[in-house]
Write a protein that binds this ligand. Structure first.
Ligand SMILES: Cc1cc2nc3c(=O)[nH]c(=O)nc-3n(C[C@H](O)[C@H](O)[C@H](O)COP(=O)(O)OP(=O)(O)OC[C@H]3O[C@@H](n4cnc5c(N)ncnc54)[C@H](O)[C@@H]3O)c2cc1C
Length: 411
């Protein structure tokens, strides 16, 4: 498919830039159509990695009825939120689980499906350097070749410059550890926000998942507006793991680190004036996959991949990430601005949600399935004054930016 001297390259239907979570999810969905005897568009994924490791794990809440036990590597019936004084444990009578998926297995499964495919392929060890318009499609130049295609799905992660435009950032460092004996953490409980606290860099908490009697995933997470390096949390995370197991006798099985944008401005998601007919879309974290108030992105990417593959098969067009409703966007923004301006309120805000909102309502809110009553319950649970002040200031600032009248500006 690449250019050979003197020949125009064969035109590919679709190039997917990046074979991470978004790219491989779309590829996996297209392969399913092929396995069912249909012909998905001729698709090429281009990925700089030459091999994959378990560089992350994905967690999300899922109703038990939808979960297939073979698709996850661990799952918990209860999850907890705590600060220095109190702990709230949420359980949903077997209906919802907090699920854990090992990325290594996810990558292997999707790559195996691509390997079997005659329509979808992946070039590893190759990096896209430039994309330009060409005839009725695009020219894609990589470090190895040049390609022509009709459509592009760009899943490259946001640059540092774009990350800096995000309202806040979720920055974390984690280690999966194994110990010689067994730890004392309840295997049925995922500590999703534990020991919530704040310091001069903002709000932070611990994330502790007991994977087996001998192994744990231990992470420290910050919600901050400063672009710090996840590795700055390394020593503290190691110390936390030692404190939890009461020993320094632990083996590190793997590490994971991340910077997830919370509230990335979304003006670049489609590069066409009409999002319905765009032939080039930006998806994944750079395309607004992460829910602003939580940073969770995996399930949103699965939904997008399913919808995008379906639309490609039915209409031959692409879809971008589905935006949240206006109300949810507004709530997330006010919540994040409040947290950004008052990081010391972080524990209070999350504890209020854990204490005052029924677990099922909170989980539906966190997984983008909130009803209007859920949203009302969330708003009613939160402390009114700081959120109202934030909402008022934000509205005023937005009016100023629209009217250009600096006299109205507040900070
Ligand atoms: C450690 C970690 C843990 C996470 N845990 C969770 C979780 O528990 N739950 C949840 O919902 N979300 C989680 N997330 C957030 C989100 O789900 C993941 O970041 C997810 O992998 C995002 O998918 P993506 O396709 O946008 O990005 P990626 O999976 O990072 O894929 C982007 C791909 O683009 C490739 N690329 C980069 N430059 C080029 C180039 N020039 N040419 C071609 N390809 C290029 C990269 O190599 C990469 O493979 C986590 C994120 C991280 C980093």
């Amino acid at each position: 498919m690449p250019t050979h001297k003197g020949h125009e390259p064969e035109t590919i239907d679709l190039i997917v830039i990046g074979a991470g979570c978004a790219g491989l999810s779309l590829a996996g969905e297209l392969c399913k159509y092929e396995q069912n005897g249909e012909a998905p568009p001729k698709t090429l994924l281009i990925e700089p990695r030459s091999s994959y490791t378990t560089d992350r794990s994905w967690c999300y809440w899922e109703p038990t009825t939808l979960a297939s036990p073979n698709d996850v590597d661990a799952s918990w019936l209860s999850w907890s939120f705590s600060d220095s004084k109190q702990t709230f444990v949420h359980t949903l009578a077997q209906k919802w689980h907090y699920q854990y998926l090992n990325s290594g297995r996810f990558y292997r499964q999707r790559l195996a499906a691509i390997n079997e495919s005659h329509r979808v392929s992946v070039n590893l060890g190759e990096s896209v350097q430039d994309v330009s318009q060409h005839n009725n499609g695009f020219r894609v130049r990589t470090n190895k070749a040049e390609y022509h295609c009709l459509k592009i799905v760009d899943t490259r992660p946001p640059t540092r410059k774009r990350l800096e435009q995000s309202l806040m950032l979720q920055i974390f460092y984690g280690i999966e550890i194994e110990i010689p004996g067994s730890h004392s953490i309840d295997l049925r409980l995922a500590k999703v926000m534990s020991d919530m606290r704040s310091d001069k860099l903002g709000f932070k908490f611990n994330y502790v998942l007991p994977l087996s009697p001998r192994s744990l995933l231990v992470e420290i997470t910050r919600f901050t507006d400063r672009l710090i390096e996840p590795d700055d949390l390394r020593d503290e995370t190691y110390q936390l793991a030692c404190d939890i197991v009461g020993s320094t006798q632990l083996s590190i099985i793997r590490e994971e680190r991340g910077i997830v944008p919370m509230g990335l401005p979304m003006r670049h998601a489609t590069l066409s004036p009409n999002p319905n007919i765009s032939n080039r879309v930006l998806v994944g974290l750079g395309g607004g996959a992460a829910r602003p108030a939580t940073g969770y992105a995996f399930q949103r990417l699965q939904r997008w991949a399913h919808d995008c593959a379906q639309r490609l098969m039915e209409a031959g067009t692409l879809v971008t990430m589905q935006p949240d409703s206006r109300l949810v966007q507004w709530m997330d923004r006010v919540f994040l601005l409040t947290l950004k301006n008052n990081p010391q309120l972080g524990p209070k805000l999350f504890i209020a949600l854990a204490r005052r909102v029924r677990p099922v309502r909170l989980v539906r809110f966190l997984t983008d399935q909130a009803t209007v009553f859920d949203l009302i319950a969330i708003i009613a649970a939160l402390p009114v004054t700081p959120l109202l002040l934030t909402a008022f200031r934000d509205t005023k600032n937005q009016l100023v930016s629209l009217t250009g009248n600096p006299k109205c500006s507040t900070t």
